[in-house]
Design a protein around this ligand. Structure first.
Ligand code: HEM
Ligand SMILES: *[C@@H]1O[C@H](CO)[C@@H](O)[C@H](O)[C@H]1NC(C)=O
Length: 550
């Protein structure tokens, strides 16, 4: 009998203890927020409104952010956005430039990243500084983009050909978003680890499994473990994660060991092997960056591989989400057929040139406009620019709002972007293209040429201005962030997005959709559902090399 009581007591306490801890920790967070700033999503005043608001954010989508925008942000006032991580002070749009330009010792991005990634326990070693070192992206990847383009295109071609099929006779139903995700994953890994690992399904699946477990472990750890106990529980929570990581990286560890061995044999500074023979991929860029550092642990294969996985997490999900969202936006546009024809015409002209002239990708200006419009209106995150006030004694915003040390600030992204241009709520894929090249439908009197044909490109009504390209960030366009920590992967991301979408419109007929499919929501995050089915048919065309068609 005692055993039953004991078992019951253990069972009950194992449920009650985490709940009590969760609630207690939430109250600690709530108590630290300056009380003069209004909260959103407080429904009624009784029954722990702030605690409930925090918990709500999992299920409420973007409603709290929208409420904050309508009531405060739009009128240039700050508000508190509840959340289980911590409540955030969402500063108004006029403060974005200020956030972006504050030095790290006043408001810090690194502290927030450390917290969100669980850097002390769950990422790779040897130090937090090496986790934050994005040189291989910032410098090497951006520099090598043109060189790696043919490989990326080859990977995209092989992956879509497998996933969307080669049937030119009949329309096929495909799980299009699932294929977009696996194609983005392969394209990224073609540059990260190269062939054959980028097609090794077991590697790819294991990498995704680690990324998922990493996100879940981090979230649970953040919300259930009090600060003081983290050093105790961190290493315990890290153990299963390390096993999951090993299952993925064991497939690339031999390559890394070999590369490190070779680099050491060649001598780190001298270049004995000619640059052309050297592998040109993320693994190599990481190894060479780390070789410049004094700590030998920087070259431990486990650390190099851990970085590859972390950077895969940063790159793949953002790229696949944007590609999927852009595709579904295009197909559910009321005049989708016409849009697809225009994008196809452009891609047909540019894509065949790319292998010999990667720079020509700049001419995909209509596709660029389409991608930017999706990122403007339907970004994965509705808010961003998360930073923490670290200055002793706090800091005062340009509006005179005093923020004590420890406050977490952020900014709305999607709502101000909806109002950043004329008819901003509307999805107009060629918006940025037309802004530069003249209006889509100029008044008939001005547009009609002698033959009655409208030719906007050659006869713009106003002198053509330079098109605002997707990689151009500003305080009006925050989907890649702003300032020193703005996304360093955006150049590669946009190139890859153009290749993916360009490949699809040139190689497939895609059936337009009656309406935009429902996206999956995790809190404010919106991702196209992997279950989305599209109807596609391979277009009749000569197969060029790299098409891998059967
Ligand atoms: C369409 C795709 C992408 C979107 C929308 C996106 C968006 C973002 C955003 C919003 C930030 C935070 C900026 C800030 O806090 O100010 C960020 C940071 C970052 N992104 Fe991206 N990203 C994308 C693709 C990529 C890719 C492909 C890579 C890697 C190759 C990458 C690597 C990074 C890294 C390393 C950071 C942290 C930079 C730092 O803290 O200094 N991203 N990204
Ligand atoms: C800000 O975030 C940190 C975690 O990075 C948290 O410990 C702290 O309590 C938060 N501050 C406030 C005022 O909520």
């Amino acid at each position: 009998m005692q055993y039953i009581y004991a078992a019951a007591a253990i069972l009950v306490s194992s449920i009650v203890a985490p709940v009590v801890t969760l609630i207690a920790l939430q109250y600690v967070q709530i108590s630290k927020v300056p009380c003069e700033i209004p909260w959103v999503d407080l429904r009624g005043k009784r029954w722990f409104p702030k605690l409930r608001a925090n918990m709500h954010q999992f299920s409420i989508g973007r409603a709290a952010l929208e409420e904050g925008w309508v009531k405060y942000g739009k009128h240039n006032k700050p508000f508190v956005l509840p959340g289980t991580n911590w409540p955030e002070i969402v500063l108004p749009p006029s403060n974005v430039h200020w956030i972006a330009t504050q030095p790290e010792h006043i408001i810090s991005d690194i502290v927030v990243q450390d917290e969100l990634l669980g850097i002390d326990y769950f990422t790779h070693g040897p130090t937090s500084a090496s986790v934050h070192d994005f040189t291989p992206i910032r410098r090497d990847m951006t520099r090598q983009m043109g060189k790696v383009l043919p490989d990326v295109l080859d990977e995209i071609s092989a992956s879509f050909t497998e996933g969307f099929g080669t049937n030119t006779e009949d329309w096929q139903e495909v799980l299009a978003i699932e294929k977009v995700i696996s194609t983005a994953h392969r394209a990224v890994n073609r540059v990260y680890v190269g062939l054959p690992s980028c097609r090794d399904q077991r590697y790819l699946t294991a990498a995704f499994r680690w990324e998922f477990s990493f996100a879940v472990t981090g979230a649970v750890f953040r919300q259930l473990i009090p600060h003081e106990l983290k050093p105790l529980f961190g290493p315990i929570a890290a153990m299963p994660l390390a096993c999951i990581k090993w299952l993925a990286i064991r497939r690339i560890l031999p390559t890394i060991r070999e590369r490190v061995r070779k680099l050491k044999a060649d001598g780190i500074s001298e270049k004995t092997s000619s640059d052309d023979e050297k592998p040109n991929d993320m693994l190599q860029w990481i190894i060479e960056t780390n070789a410049q550092k004094s700590d030998p642990a920087e070259l431990e294969p486990w650390n190099v591989a851990g970085k590859v996985l972390l950077l895969d997490l940063f790159a793949t999900h953002t790229t696949s989400t944007t590609a999927g969202a852009a595709l579904l936006d295009m197909l559910s546009y009321p005049t989708a057929a016409q849009l697809l024809a225009e994008l196809r015409e452009e891609a047909d002209a540019v894509m065949p040139k790319l292998v010999s002239d990667p720079q020509a990708i700049r001419d995909m200006v209509k596709m660029d406009s389409t991608i930017r419009e999706t990122l403007r209106l339907h970004p994965m995150f509705a808010h961003g620019m998360m930073r923490q006030v670290v200055a002793r004694g706090g800091v005062t915003t340009p509006d005179g709002l005093y923020l004590p040390q420890g406050c977490n600030v952020s900014a709305s992204i999607v709502y101000p972007q909806m109002e950043s241009c004329d008819n901003g709520q509307e999805y107009q894929p060629l918006r940025f293209y037309h802004q530069a090249n003249g209006p889509a439908n100029p008044p008939p009197s001005m547009a009609a040429t002698a033959e009655g044909i409208v030719d906007h490109q050659q006869t713009p009504q106003t002198a053509p201005t330079k098109q605002t390209m997707t990689v151009q960030i500003s305080d009006q366009f925050l989907s890649f962030g702003l300032g020193k920590h703005a996304c360093p992967g955006r150049f590669f991301a946009v190139q890859t997005l153009k290749l993916m979408l360009g490949y699809l419109v040139t190689h497939y007929d895609l059936e337009p959709l009656a309406e935009r499919p429902k996206f999956d929501e995790i809190g404010e995050i919106r991702i196209p559902s992997a279950k989305t089915v599209l109807k596609v048919r391979r277009r009749e065309m000569e197969l060029t090399e790299g098409d891998n068609g059967k």
